[in-house]
Design a protein around this ligand. Structure first.
Ligand SMILES: [Zn+2]
Length: 162
């Protein structure tokens, strides 16, 4: 989950905030449910998403599983994701490129090439309108709910964060 306010962050053994995990998952330097599997976590997360955004439960679980498989706890490493569209970048071809042609670790190839955004004029509203129908189709959910979900998600990304 996105961690926005200080109380969203988990705590390390010394009580200081964890940069990696939220308060539901991590307290006092340990996972709150150390034995939970990725599938069980997807069941829980999927059920919450299904209710919140009117997504058929099986689709919500499948989506939760896709998301979880990119996270540090489950992937075993940090899978970087694009700071503009959120796409996970697993293979070198998925990374955007800097002005000198080197791979960008911040943005994907669809959003960022040669050191600049592919669509510098793109606004958050336009991005929501673009991605929401894809999300609605992918998860078989109402378009209105998909707009809320996409907006919520995009607003946590570096390009759109306010
Ligand atoms: Zn992107």
């Amino acid at each position: 989950m996105p961690m926005q306010s200080p109380s969203d962050f988990g705590t390390k053994a010394d009580g200081s905030p964890s940069e990696d995990y939220c308060t539901y998952c991590y307290q006092g330097g340990a996972f709150t449910e150390p034995d939970i599997t990725m599938e069980e976590m997807a069941e829980k997360g999927g059920a919450i998403m299904a209710e919140m955004y009117e997504i058929p439960i099986e689709n919500a679980k499948r989506f939760a599983l896709e998301q979880l498989s990119c996270l540090k706890r489950w992937a075993g490493r940090e899978v970087p994701s694009c700071g503009s569209c959120g796409m996970p970048m697993r293979s070198p071809g998925e990374f955007g490129t800097g002005a000198d042609g080197s791979p960008s670790k911040d943005y994907c190839t669809h959003c960022y090439r040669d050191g600049a955004f592919v669509e510098p004029e793109l606004t958050l509203d336009a991005a929501v309108e673009r991605y929401a129908p894809m999300m609605a189709g992918h998860l078989d959910m109402p378009l209105e709910r998909a707009r809320e979900m996409v907006r919520q998600y995009l607003s946590t990304l570096p390009r759109w964060r306010v």
